[in-house]
Design a protein around this ligand. Structure first.
Ligand code: ATP
Ligand code: ZN
Length: 294
């Protein structure tokens, strides 16, 4: 039985999403105790219990309300959701990690066109996403569902095509296949259950989500300080990436000169600094932001 006075979040126990899921919660200020291979852990400074599970079980845990929150790949969540007529959880944040794509792979060297899938066998661990892709294009094909090692299917004569998760394509290549078309682009997301949650807990969940959104916003954001002349202010404001209304302060004893401060919510590259300098900025400082609440 789960403790209903605390929140529960399901995260992947061990795999590609585990480290970043834990880091995100740490970044949100949670101190978590517990051995590496425990099934659950408790946050010491927030009414939250972590449940470490296989990623495939996360949609069920959140849909059934066993966990109010979960961190999981959209690929797994959407595959699950397609099995139900009505939504069972909602996405509350895109987390910017675990990016991958579900792709059709064809024998290497084939002059592929989507229509070639018609009447063929396609091996996949994502039958519903694959079926939706085919249906949207009016293609009928036979889907062969496999739990793993999908890329071996063509060599074994089980299927001609494969629909599998790809990040670099190296595994496909090693099996004489090449990714030819994207079926679904995915990243890790935070989801919350649509089952009723006690008001006090719902409030804690919202507080946690606000913190998590702050962590995500902070990851890319930088604080920029620079000096500028009056004529260059407009051009500098235009160049500052993702900054709304920079603060402009007159410099004491230097008429026509200003200090400009801004939070940039996009990456700040060296090219950006060069452009700022060319526009008339000097003494440019770029600083990381530790915490941010939007
Ligand atoms: P589990 O034991 O939890 O079932 P798994 O083997 O199914 O783990 P992982 O390989 O750890 O899962 O991948 C977890 C998720 O990471 C995927 O569902 C996907 O959202 C994401 N991911 C990111 N990059 C890749 C990739 N290159 N290949 C597969 N999944 C990726
Ligand atoms: Zn899995």
């Amino acid at each position: 039985m789960t403790d209903r006075s605390r929140l529960h979040i399901a995260i992947q126990k061990s795999g590609r999403l585990s480290d970043q899921s834990r880091d995100l919660l740490k970044g949100a200020g949670l101190r978590v105790q517990g051995a590496k291979n425990a099934l659950t852990a408790r946050a010491e400074n927030f009414p939250l219990d972590l449940m470490f599970v296989r990623d495939d079980d996360i949609p069920t845990f959140v849909a059934d309300g066993v966990c109010e929150l979960g961190i999981c790949g959209q690929n797994v969540l959407e595959e699950y959701a397609l099995g139900f007529a009505s939504p069972r959880f909602e996405t509350v944040a895109s987390l910017g990690f675990g990016r991958c794509s579900l792709k059709i792979a064809a024998p290497e060297g084939m002059a592929y066109e989507t229509a070639m899938l018609a009447g063929q066998r396609i091996a996949t661990s994502y039958p519903r996403l694959t079926q939706r892709f085919l249906a949207e294009r009016g293609i009928e094909a036979e889907i062969v569902t496999m739990k793993g090692a999908v890329e071996l299917a063509p060599r074994l004569g089980i299927a001609k095509f494969v629909c599998d998760l790809v990040s670099t394509g190296a595994t496909l290549e090693a099996n004489g296949l090449a990714a030819v078309e994207t079926v679904f682009a995915s990243e890790a997301v935070l989801v919350r259950t649509l089952k009723p949650v006690a008001p006090a807990l719902a409030e804690r969940a919202t507080a946690l989500m606000t913190r998590i959104n702050g962590v995500i916003a902070t990851a890319e954001s930088k604080y920029i300080v620079l000096n500028a002349t009056e004529e260059s202010l407009a051009e500098i404001a235009r160049i500052l990436p993702g900054a709304e209304a920079p603060t402009v302060i007159p410099l004491a004893g230097r008429p026509g000169h200003y200090a400009v401060q801004a939070v940039c919510q996009e990456s700040v590259f060296w090219e950006t600094l060069e452009k700022l300098k060319a526009a008339g900025a000097s003494a440019i400082l770029v600083m990381p932001i530790e915490k941010m609440m939007l």
